[in-house]
Design a protein around this ligand. Structure first.
Ligand code: BES
Ligand code: MN
Ligand code: ZN
Length: 495
């Protein structure tokens, strides 16, 4: 992405489109949100029609001659008094959608002026809105393969009315969005391409880019030696080996503060012998969304040079079906030494996470553990596709993430770790059962995980409803969203 800044409209060069922001006016009019005296004549006729009111996300294209651009897009931002980052992100996402539909790759964009918002927040929201939807996944289409060209997404933006500090903010946003897109590519990719072995390759690749990253891979033999019997149980039905992938980023060697991010890396979830029915399996290539997000956060932390220590721990395997598959009713024991009766082979995520969390707590000296996982269909039923579920044993950590969720637009809602539901995880044969029935099953999954964290401050993010969506929403394109990257990077930056 080529981002640059000029101070005024006069300084701009040729582009395919000029974007001019408008506040919604009193009555049915609209007012230019910066430099209101420019273009008075040029825009007089479209504004006189009364077709454009400056409503949030409203767009009107005006074709002109004699300007640096052949088209001007009038973009509505709603009432100035009601402006928020979220509204700006949504409005500017409309600009990118317009560009994608017309294959416009090069734009001039006049920034709005707003007394009610800090300029840095404004620039961040505008650029996030533009860049977050600036994504297509066409690598599996014949035309794209032939053209050997990723796609015709927006690739040049000139911010008009910005200086060096704003440009720096914009460039940071672009780095973050690249990490988000890396996550999307992994999640949208074929399950037979994005295997545990592929996740290993990506993690090893990250370590090649900087000395601050070190990647360690536990192969099947090592997992057996470490007695990670739950991850191994889930892997039994797969012809691909499992792995525990540990990616350490050390951005602050003087500090002992250390965040661990644990990601669910089920590269395809058939449900196992409790096979998923009907269309329930269709999107299950996305069941490694948590793992991809962890890789995306480490990538962003390194690219942004964050002065923090963060380790990603990814539990990777397919949950496949085979004569060797682990069986409902059988009992397996994992790293923590607790035996678990497998009450449903489709509840595989909590098993692989349990081994990763228990190992992290015991061996990696965490200040806090945050796991992120497409864990339960129930969380999607409860919170829909815009809001992820958050469970935590630590109010301060939970509150930070809730606040940052609103700031980044990657919203989270805290769910209860209701102790009385723990009874449902009692087993006649083992120390615990893996599932406790349908009612409140997102909560029961979280309670199961909590058994493996001990006293470490911990957050569980259930992104089953938000990581992969059937329709584009807000500034997220359809399918893989990459949620969690911007939220968790914001959390790391807050330390
Ligand atoms: N990967 C699924 C959860 C999921 C469902 C993610 C829909 C994305 C969209 C998980 O492994 C699963 O199958 N969970 C079961 C748990 C149940 C057996 C207790 C579920 O939610 O139905
Ligand atoms: Mn499952
Ligand atoms: Zn799953």
């Amino acid at each position: 992405m080529n981002l640059s800044a000029v101070s005024s409209l006069k300084m701009r060069k040729n582009a395919e489109l000029l974007v001019i922001p408008f506040w919604k006016g009193k009555k049915r009019s609209a007012e230019m949100a910066n430099d209101p005296n420019s273009f008075k004549e040029l825009l007089a006729s479209p504004l006189a029609t009364g077709d454009f009111h400056g409503n949030e996300g409203e767009l009107l294209i005006h074709y002109v001659s004699g300007q640096s651009e052949p088209r001007i897009a009038l973009l509505g931002l709603g009432l100035e008094e009601g402006i928020t980052s979220e509204k700006l992100r949504k409005a500017y996402a409309q600009v990118t959608k317009l560009c994608l539909s017309k294959e416009i790759v090069d734009i001039n964009l006049l920034l709005p002026q707003c007394k009610l918002m800090a300029k840095e927040d404004l620039v961040r929201a505008v650029v996030d809105g533009l860049l977050l939807v600036n994504y297509t996944f066409h690598t599996l289409k014949q035309a794209t393969r032939k053209a050997n060209d990723a796609s015709s997404t927006l690739n040049k933006i000139v911010l008009i009315g910005a200086g060096a500090p704003e440009l720096e903010i914009a460039k940071k946003c672009a780095i973050l969005c690249e990490s988000v897109n890396m996550v999307r590519d992994l999640v949208n990719g074929n399950a037979d391409d994005v295997t545990p072995q592929h996740l290993i390759a990506v993690a090893l690749g990250l370590a090649k880019t900087t000395k601050q990253i070190k990647t360690t891979v536990f192969d099947k033999k090592r997992l057996e030696k470490e007695k990670m019997g739950l991850l191994l149980a889930v892997n039994r039905g797969s012809h691909r080996d499992p792995a525990l992938i540990i990616v350490e980023y050390r951005g602050n060697s003087k500090s002992s503060d250390h965040t661990i991010l644990v990601g669910k890396g089920i590269t395809f979830d058939t449900g196992g012998l409790n096979l998923k029915a009907g269309t329930g399996m269709n999107d299950m290539k996305s069941d490694m969304g948590g793992a991809a997000t962890v890789l995306g956060v480490i990538h962003a932390a390194a690219e942004l040079g964050l002065k923090v220590n963060v380790t990603g721990v990814i539990a990777a395997t397919e949950n496949s079906i085979d004569a060797k598959s682990y069986k409902p009713g059988d009992v397996y024991t994992g790293y923590a030494g607790k035996s678990v009766e497998i009450s449903d082979t489709d509840a595989e995520g909590r098993l692989v996470l349990a081994d990763a969390i228990a190992y992290s707590a015991a061996k990696l000296k965490p200040s806090r553990i945050i796991d992120i996982a497409t864990l339960t269909g129930a969380i999607e039923v409860a919170l829909g596709n815009d809001i992820s579920g958050l469970f935590s044993n630590n109010d301060a950590l939970a509150d930070s993430l809730i606040r940052l969720g609103y700031e980044t637009g990657e919203k989270v809602w805290r769910m209860p770790l209701h102790e009385d539901y723990r009874d449902s995880l009692k087993s006649d044969f083992a120390d615990m059962k893996s599932t406790g029935g349908r009612p409140g099953s997102a909560i029961k999954a979280a309670l199961f995980l909590q058994d493996f964290v001990g006293q470490v401050p911990w957050v569980h993010l259930d992104i089953a409803g938000t990581a992969f969506i059937g329709e584009a929403r807000r500034y997220f394109p359809k399918h893989a969203t990459g949620v969690g990257v911007r939220l968790l990077v914001a959390l790391l930056e807050s330390f």
